[in-house]
Ligand binder design. Structure first.
Ligand code: ZN
Length: 177
């Protein structure tokens, strides 16, 4: 999460956590669930998501991991890619995501990087675990010290890698994100 600046809007949203779910929110969530249902019928994973801006669905996708042979092709990541393409931007500020299941850590990270305003989810991580999608173990991994994790993570050649960061820091015409 290097360099992630937490915009003040996230703090405002936290205060509004008890915000009411509207009838329109339910319509969008049902769209996400419908995509998940269609995906199951087509042989994909049982997950769907839509991204909404100004009361309109601008992107929607299901999980395409097995269809695309892409382990990152979760519904939320696919939908973020589609929405950014549609809006020609790398920031989805002003957008909400409705996902048929609580985002896994990868998707949650992608949602934060995309600066999406709010996340609505249907099934929770326990429901996912009950059908053998164990996202929870990755959340647990994040809590462990590096040397206790399942996948070894080994720091190396930091001094060489750091040169790129110095070049980035000194570049005056960079596109910051
Ligand atoms: Zn995911």
């Amino acid at each position: 999460m290097f360099g992630l600046i937490i915009p003040s809007k996230f703090i405002i949203i936290k205060i509004n956590y008890t915000m009411k779910i509207t009838e329109q929110d339910k319509i969008f969530m049902r769209e996400a669930i419908k995509l998940a249902d269609a995906s199951v019928a087509k042989g994909g994973g049982p997950f769907g998501a839509v991204i909404v801006k100004d009361g309109k669905v601008i992107a929607g996708s299901s999980n395409r991991v097995t269809i695309d042979n892409d382990p990152t092709a979760h519904a939320e990541v696919n939908t973020i890619r589609m929405a950014c393409k549609a809006l020609k931007t790398f920031s989805l500020e002003g957008c909400d995501i409705y996902t048929s299941c609580e985002p896994c850590p990868m998707c949650l990270g992608a949602i934060y990087w995309a600066h999406i305003d709010r996340i609505f989810y249907g099934n929770n991580r326990k429901d996912a675990a009950d059908i053998d999608f164990a996202d929870n173990f990755i959340y647990e991994e994040l809590d462990k010290p590096m040397d206790k994790r399942i996948v070894p993570i080994i720091p190396m050649l930091r001094n060489e890698a750091l040169r790129t960061f110095v070049a980035w820091k000194e570049k005056s015409d960079k596109v910051e994100y």
